[in-house]
Write a protein that binds this ligand. Structure first.
Ligand SMILES: NC(=O)NCCC[C@H](N)C(=O)O
Length: 409
């Protein structure tokens, strides 16, 4: 009997059937003004409120018939296997630069003695020095050098943006290579989940990209435009070479995918990923931040040699989409109603970061009133969620979700 893959994403807009989320936890309570920049935050969210907002987001998805999986629960499940538990803890400690093998060994034993739920929490929220029992030992040089630094294991406050560490295309998965060290461990853990959690059925779900690659790529840049065309932002976070490697893997192992559009956007934090300025919301409708429209370049990648795809510069974004999707016309709906100032303010609060849950139906933050009304005027059903605290990490509903299964359209 042949095994059917669980993962299936052949579009941006097919009815969302299963999604991976992470409810913000203690890792957010470890953000301090001193480390905000390094941890990719601009502000400190209020965790209790943030968790309430996140629960409502998950409820909206469930009410629309989508199954919600949580990252920490999948992690807890794979930690039940002792070998997996030991190996993951060792790998995590290896990248933490503890700098003293004896101490690393003591920390490892300390973690191994915890329950699966506690270990999952440490792997996500980090290990603060204060949460580690004082033990009698002679200090080594690194203890003095890093005396001021509060963590043995850093927190992962960006994990609730599950969009970025991974992405499903077709029946396969990318485990991304993140641009910044602040998010590296997110992908290491996802790689273990793919490898050991039965939900992912890795034997029938290829790995399109691995986090060990030196070329960075993040999920916020990846849009599955159709079963034949994938768009990938070339951005502050995603490198040109990663796009070529991904394209070649898709062309050689997925018989449906014929084309990758590389969409170059300015390399700057405010538009860190393509989905912060551009998302697909219906068969022929997209929303776009008007401040970026003239700064975009599009390149078509098609199969060529074993190592490099064929690259062809294309025209405007609108014409490239029309041509690639073989549509008679498409609409680019400007966020902020096309007004420069409103659009810039609402883009900062992720107005263009819509999550399509069915063709023409999107989840957005309620605070982006002008953009939401503009979408409605264009016939889109807008399902609003509150996100005053969630938004402080600089991501919207699309960033906070990793679709695992969408209905084919
Ligand atoms: N796809 C997205 O745009 N994700 C938002 C990620 C925000 C996070 N603070 C980061 O800088 O990586």
């Amino acid at each position: 009997m042949s095994i059917e893959p669980f993962l299936n994403v052949r579009s941006e807009i097919g009815k969302l059937k299963a999604v991976l989320l992470h409810k913000p936890g203690r890792e957010l309570e470890r953000l301090t003004p001193q480390y905000l920049h390094e941890l990719l935050f601009d502000d400190i969210p209020w965790l209790r409120k943030m968790r309430e907002e996140h629960d409502k987001f998950a409820d909206v998805l469930r009410q629309r018939g989508c199954e919600v999986y949580y990252y920490n629960e999948l992690l807890e499940e794979i930690l039940k296997n002792d070998e997996v538990k030991k190996s993951l803890i060792s790998d995590v400690l290896n990248i933490c630069n503890i700098g003293n093998e004896n101490l690393e060994q003591i920390i490892k034993e300390f973690i191994l003695n915890k329950s699966e739920a506690e270990i999952a929490e440490i792997l996500i929220a980090g290990l603060h020095k204060k949460d580690f029992p004082e033990i009698e030992r002679e200090k080594s040089l690194i203890d003095y050098i890093k005396e001021e630094y509060p963590f043995y294991i850093n927190p992962l406050p960006n994990l609730y943006f599950t969009r970025d560490p991974g992405a499903v295309i077709g029946n396969g998965l990318l485990v991304n290579s993140m641009k910044t060290p602040a998010r590296d461990r997110e992908t290491m853990i996802l790689r273990y989940i793919y490898e050991y959690h039965p939900l992912f059925k890795k034997e029938v779900s290829p790995l399109w990209y691995d986090y060990t690659s030196p070329y960075s790529i993040e999920g916020g840049d990846i849009l599955v435009l159709s079963d034949e065309v994938i768009a990938v932002g070339c951005s502050e976070r995603t490198s040109a070479r990663a796009i070529e490697i991904l394209a070649n893997n898709l062309f050689s192992k997925d018989e449906k995918i014929k084309k990758v559009l590389a969409i170059q956007i300015p390399f700057t934090r405010v538009y860190m990923h393509l989905d912060t300025v551009f998302t697909m919301i219906d068969y022929d409708k997209f929303t776009i931040y008007p401040g970026i429209e003239n700064k975009i370049k599009v390149f078509e990648l098609t199969p060529n040699s074993k190592d490099y795809p064929k690259v062809r510069p294309m025209g405007t974004l609108k014409n490239s989409l029309k041509e690639a999707l073989k549509l008679p016309s498409i609409q680019l709906i400007q966020s902020g109603g096309g007004d420069d100032i409103t659009a810039a303010r609402e883009q900062w609060n992720d107005s263009t970061n819509t999550l399509a849950i069915a063709p023409g139906v999107v989840v957005t933050y309620d605070r982006n009133e002008v953009t939401n009304n503009t979408l409605r005027k264009h016939g889109i059903e807008v399902v609003e969620i509150a996100g005053s605290e969630l938004v402080r990490g600089r991501g919207g509903p699309r960033c906070m979700s990793m679709p695992l299964v969408r209905e084919n359209i």
